[in-house]
Design a binder for this molecule. Structure first.
Ligand code: HEC
Ligand code: HEC
Ligand code: HEC
Ligand code: HEC
Ligand code: HEC
Ligand code: HEC
Ligand code: HEC
Length: 411
């Protein structure tokens, strides 16, 4: 089966959403004790949200989890722009994106001051240009990246992104080919899914103004486990103070609450914010913080960013009491092995039960995934580049029988 798997991100956030105006509860802030944190993941003066202590505070007791977690897409999903984080190429030849507009091209440059994106309009000798710096990177680069720049305290997206799958600079998803726009604001919901914390300067969910000294990049342990200060304090005393570990283990939550830990970012963009970004506390009902929209089992759910909704449509999920994301994923380490995932299917299924077994034999055991969870094109995300529109592919989480996976069906 051919897997094109062209990637890319959400444009969702950019659609003019009527997010409710919300009140900033002025969270109590606590300096992160993260002396070892690499510069690329923590702002110069790191202060995170209430009770957060930062990943490095977990190292002394959970060393192995940190080592593997630091290589995951979650942890790497936002970084400051540098040699290691930017996946796009700056060498001559690879650093130009021509557009369908003969009067516009883009150039990417690297120098001792950093990385820069320039739009050049006109025809020589009459040209003019605008240059902005790549300040922050969004996306681990597994599929692609978007780049952000600061203008004072306002955060904007740059018009070019990079597609790892296509191996080139592209018009960022949702941007039209042939125009250069530098005014797309980065609103809190975007950062809420791709970072640990940003201190907003205005309570508006449509605002792109942030405290440039108060943000934490990458998704940290505490986004899924809740604030860790109390846990660290209790477990550091001898003997440990009290029997309550004072930290959320999602495995011990009800299945709904457990899903919500992931739904805060994998349940779609949502239709209305009920509380400020970054205020959700794992274990609490997510519905108090964000309205993810009506739950309609019949409605189409896009493969991009809606894994929770799709999984819930699956017979596997509906017919088993305890299937969760953790049935297949260990989010503490990078995972890329389809054969290993197939073993997870076999914890509930027998390979002989698959209708293709009589024909294909036990070799199907190494890849249930491409037939029952195929990569599918997103209908909402597209990349407009080189004169054509490309819809990136994502792994669907609607586990079922896809007619196209049967050899008797024409492909
Ligand atoms: C001083 C040592 C120490 C530090 C620091 C520490 N932990 Fe723990 N943690 C423990 C111990 C001990 C346990 C209990 C282990 C067990 O029961 O297997 C534990 C258990 C946990 C659990 C499982 C809780 C449960 O109910 O099953 C989670 C989740 C956790 N820690 C997360 C964190 C995070 C996140 C951090 C950093 C913010 C952190 N820990 C920092 C010692 C520590
Ligand atoms: C704070 C937001 C957030 C939370 C919470 C979150 N995710 Fe993610 N997740 C993301 C983002 C963003 C990406 C894409 C990262 C990238 O490649 O840049 C991602 C990627 C992933 C991937 C793909 C990893 C890869 O290697 O490409 C898996 C699997 C995943 N998440 C599972 C989960 C599960 C399971 C949970 C709940 C236990 C969860 N996530 C909670 C935001 C989140
Ligand atoms: C994307 C969400 C997410 C992130 C980020 C995350 N965890 Fe977890 N963690 C989980 C889930 C879900 C479970 C329960 C897994 C299960 O059901 O077995 C868990 C379980 C644990 C446990 C208890 C079970 C065990 O394996 O020992 C510890 C300890 C833990 N996590 C520590 C950490 C530390 C330390 C970090 C940061 C380096 C971290 N986690 C980051 C989601 C997350
Ligand atoms: C509701 C949560 C959510 C919001 C809001 C969101 N994203 Fe994402 N983003 C994800 C998830 C989840 C993934 C990876 C899995 C997927 O696409 O289903 C992802 C993937 C990406 C990737 C590709 C990463 C890679 O290498 O695979 C980029 C780039 C990206 N997003 C940029 C953005 C930008 C820029 C914004 C805001 C303007 C944004 N996203 C808003 C959740 C979100
Ligand atoms: C937690 C247990 C569990 C896991 C893990 C699991 N399934 Fe299932 N699955 C089920 C149950 C239960 C059913 C319903 C069986 C029935 O209706 O007889 C089912 C149904 C199915 C069906 C029939 C779907 C339909 O619409 O008729 C397929 C195909 C399937 N599973 C494939 C997979 C694949 C592939 C994986 C791994 C990616 C997987 N399952 C993982 C429990 C599981
Ligand atoms: C039955 C097994 C199974 C379950 C349950 C499961 N996943 Fe996955 N997931 C997979 C497989 C297989 C992949 C593909 C991995 C690959 O291609 O390397 C995947 C990939 C992903 C990706 C990357 C998608 C992409 O194309 O970029 C995300 C994000 C993700 N899962 C999130 C989740 C979340 C959130 C949950 C819980 C709602 C969940 N998964 C439950 C098996 C599962
Ligand atoms: C080459 C593609 C392919 C592979 C690989 C594959 N399947 Fe299937 N599977 C199918 C098709 C097609 C059907 C429907 C067959 C039919 O209706 O006769 C099916 C049916 C099923 C069913 C439903 C059986 C029923 O009677 O309801 C289950 C469960 C299942 N597969 C699980 C798996 C598991 C688990 C794996 C990996 C060990 C796997 N499949 C590998 C294509 C595949």
């Amino acid at each position: 089966m051919q897997v094109i798997d062209v990637a890319l991100p959400l444009i969702l956030i950019c659609s003019a959403q009527a997010f409710a105006q919300s009140q900033d509860p002025a969270p109590k802030v606590e300096p992160a004790r993260s002396s070892h944190s690499s510069q690329s993941t923590v702002a110069r003066n790191p202060i995170a949200n209430a009770g957060f202590v930062g990943d490095e505070a977990c190292r002394s007791c959970h060393q192995h989890k940190l080592d593997t977690y630091y290589r995951t897409a979650h942890r790497l999903t936002s970084q400051t722009a540098d040699k290691n984080s930017v996946v796009g190429g700056f060498d001559e030849g690879a650093n130009i994106l021509k557009t369908s507009n003969p009067n516009l091209f883009f150039r990417m440059d690297e120098n001792e001051k950093g990385f820069f994106e320039t739009a050049v309009w006109g025809t020589p000798p009459d040209t003019w240009s605008r240059t902005e710096r790549l300040d922050l990177v969004i996306g681990s680069g597994g599929k692609g990246q978007s780049y952000l720049f600061w203008n004072e305290d306002e955060l904007f997206q740059l018009p070019l992104g990079y597609s790892t799958v296509m191996g080139q600079w592209i018009n960022a998803p949702g941007y039209r080919d042939g125009i250069a726009k530098f005014d797309r604001p980065i609103i809190p919901r975007c950062l809420e899914c791709h970072a640990t914390y940003f201190k907003a300067l205005e309570p508006l969910s449509s605002s792109n103004r942030y405290d440039r000294t108060n943000f934490v990049l990458g998704i940290s342990c505490e986004r899924c486990h809740g604030a860790g200060r109390e846990h660290v304090v209790r477990l550091s005393s001898h003997p440990p103070a009290g029997s309550d570990l004072a930290i959320i283990n999602p495995a011990k939550l009800s299945r709904d609450r457990q899903f919500e830990v992931c739904s805060q970012c994998h349940g779609g963009q949502g239709v209305r914010e009920l509380a400020p970004a970054f205020s959700y506390v794992p274990g609490q009902p997510l519905g108090n913080y964000i309205d993810l929209g009506p739950v309609d089992p019949k409605a189409d759910a896009d493969v991009h960013g809606k894994q929770v909704v799709l999984l819930e449509k699956s017979r596997c999920f509906q017919a088993s009491a305890n299937m969760s994301c953790a049935t297949c994923h260990d989010v503490h380490e990078p995972e890329r092995n389809l054969a290993a995932f197939s073993q997870k299917c076999l914890t509930c299924h027998k390979v002989e039960k698959c209708g293709m077994y009589p024909k294909l034999g036990s070799e199907i055991a190494s890849n249930c995934i491409d037939c029952h969870m195929p990569n599918q094109e997103s209908k909402v995300v597209f990349v407009d580049v080189n004169g054509k529109k490309v819809n990136p592919q994502f792994r669907t989480h609607w586990i079922k029988i896809y007619p196209s996976s049967s050899p008797s069906q024409p492909q």
